[in-house]
Structure formats: structure tokens, C-alpha cells
Design a protein around this ligand. Structure first.
Ligand SMILES: NC(=O)c1ccc[n+]([C@@H]2O[C@H](COP(=O)([O-])OP(=O)(O)OC[C@H]3O[C@@H](n4cnc5c(N)ncnc54)[C@H](O)[C@@H]3O)[C@@H](O)[C@H]2O)c1
Length: 268
């Protein structure tokens, strides 16, 4: 069902680790819709080699970058503009990691060095992607930058620990930078708040499977898949959404608006 809505557009897609990754699905859709782009991930993720398969299918170059390092991000934009033949029109930030979650630390027993790392990787990196792009003038007018987030920024989910704080900051950066970049260059900045999705980052969260089932019963449309998310993100990269900025957009099958569903009430 491709419509060529990204024909002629150039972009950067971060965070594709394996075929379950939301970013992996975004890359496939962006290719289908006619975009050219580079792929990036942390150097350590390259060792797993999976991303090379995606790069082949998408005819995309891979440019390793640790999203916490400004010099890596500068190199990412420089090489992307060289490879793609000009400034980019879209950037996907699909990056998240909490050492506290990985190591099973409870919210009342957080390691603060790890907390700082969670914020750096999962939220500050979004600001770095934007600030470096602005300084290098690497994004075309009416370009679109999207970050992926989760509803734990608004409501509390005990298993999400310090990632809740990281996501709240990520969404705030989208508002603040969306204002600044919109005024400066008409560049749009939004976050997409996605349903629980079975990916490496998602499944690493304690109790994920149970919660996934609960959300599925609560949402009138059920949980949104990574592929559904990719369709939505691609629409945000397109010119059909050019007046949308500074938003946190729920892509969750309606979960965020439901108090209780009949399935949960009847415990089906
Ligand atoms: N899976 C879910 O349930 C869910 C729900 C809502 C939002 N999200 C968000 O979606 C985004 C993508 O996650 P995913 O679910 O596709 O999982 P994923 O594990 O496939 O992707 C996370 C990516 O972050 C990358 N990353 C980690 N540290 C990095 C660093 N220092 N530099 C560069 N890249 C780094 C990883 O290599 C990986 O590719 C994350 O922001 C996540 O919080 C996920």
C-alpha cells in the first residue's frame, strides 16, 4: 500500500537493532515510501551484525554513532549529508536504555550513576541530535524530527522506574526544541507515545508480558504493532503533517483514553 509519500526525501534512522525494533519497521516503510536515508546505531550494536541485513534491503549506508557523544552525532550528519547528497528532511530518534532496568533495580534503590546514564542515552541524546543539527544546519525547512516515547511520562507504571523520568524529559525537549526549530527553520519536532511492543528494549522491562496482555485488553483497538507505529511515523515525516509540531502523539490503540474496559472488568 505504498503511496510514495516520502519520494525525494532524505533522512537518518537510528535504533534499528533487529527486525523487532520499531526503527527497523520505520526503515522498511520509509524505503517503501520512496525515501533515501542512512542508518545509525551505537558502535556496540553493530557487532551483532543484524543491521547489515536491513542496510542491504534499504540500500542504506550505516554510520555508527553513540548517541551520547556530540562528535559522533556531528560525524553522523556530515556523512549522511555527503552520502545522501544534501541536507536531510527527517530524523528518527528511536533510542532508549536504562542500566537500572537492565539490572532490575527498584525505584527506591536506583543507582544514580546509572540513572544519569539512562537520562543521557534516552533523553539528552534527543537534544544533542537537535542541537547538532541546528548548528550544522543539517535539516531542510519543513523537516521532521520524531522521538519515541512511552506513557509512563504522564502516568506511573511501577516497572518503568527511571525511564519514566527520561521519557518526561524527552517529551519536554520535543516541545522546547519544537518551538525553537519551528521559529528558526520551520523544522517540526514531535514524540510518538507507542503501545507496549515486543522488542529488545520493551521485553527487557520486568513484567512486560503481563502488562502487554493488560494493555491489549484495555485498548479498544488493541496494542499497536511496530509496523503500525512505522506507518504513523512515516506520515509524520511526510508533507501531510507539516503543521504538526511540539506534540506528544499517542499511538496506542486508544489505551490512554480508557478508564477500564469490559474485558478487564470481567477479567476475561
Ligand atoms: N518496546 C516498547 O514497548 C516501547 C514502547 C514505547 C516506546 N518505546 C521506545 O521506542 C524506542 C525504540 O525501542 P525499541 O522498543 O524499538 O527497542 P530496541 O531495543 O530495538 O531499540 C532501542 C535502540 O536503542 C539503541 N541504543 C541504546 N543505547 C544507544 C546509544 N548510546 N547510542 C545509540 N543507540 C543506542 C539500541 O542499540 C537499540 O537499537 C525507545 O526509545 C523505546 O523507549 C518502546
Amino acid at each position: 500500500m505504498a503511496h510514495g509519500i516520502l519520494a525525494g526525501k532524505r533522512g537518518i534512522i537510528s535504533g534499528a537493532l533487529d527486525e523487532n525494533s520499531i526503527a527497523w519497521q520505520v526503515a522498511l516503510k520509509a524505503k517503501e515510501e520512496g525515501a533515501i536515508f542512512t542508518l545509525t546505531n551505537a558502535p556496540i550494536a553493530m557487532r551483532m551484525g543484524e543491521i547489515k541485513k536491513l542496510a542491504e534491503v534499504c540500500e542504506a549506508e550505516i554510520i555508527p554513532a553513540d548517541a551520547t557523544l556530540v562528535e559522533d552525532i556531528e560525524n553522523l550528519y556530515t556523512k549522511s549529508m555527503e552520502t545522501l547528497g544534501g541536507k536531510v528532511d527527517f530524523v528518527l530518534h528511536s533510542i532508549g536504555m536504562s542500566p537500572n532496568i537492565r539490572k532490575g533495580r527498584a525505584y527506591g534503590d536506583l543507582n544514580y550513576d546509572w540513572f544519569a546514564k539512562s537520562i543521557d542515552v534516552s533523553a539528552l541524546s534527543f537534544h544533542k541530535f537537535l542541537q547538532v543539527a541546528e548548528k550544522m544546519d543539517a535539516i531542510n525547512e519543513w523537516g521532521s524530527v520524531v522521538g519515541l516515547t512511552y506513557m509512563a511520562a504522564q502516568r506511573t507504571f511501577p516497572f518503568y522506574t527511571d525511564m519514566a523520568e527520561a521519557k518526561a524529559m524527552l517529551e519536554s525537549i520535543a516541545r522546547s526544541y519544537g518551538y525553537r526549530y519551528g521559529k528558526l527553520k520551520k523544522v517540526r519536532v514531535n514524540t510518538v507515545s507507542q503501545s507496549p511492543t515486543k522488542t529488545t528494549a520493551g521485553s527487557g522491562i520486568g513484567g512486560f508480558d503481563k502488562f502487554y496482555g493488560f494493555a491489549e485488553k484495555m485498548a479498544p483497538l488493541g496494542n499497536a504493532s511496530a509496523e503500525d507505529c512505522a506507518n504513523y511515523v512515516v506520515s509524520l515525516f511526510s508533507d501531510y503533517t507539516r503543521m504538526v509540531t511540539c506534540q506528544n502523539l499517542f499511538h496506542d490503540g486508544g489505551f490512554s483514553m480508557v478508564g477500564i474496559s469490559s474485558e478487564v472488568l470481567e477479567d476475561k
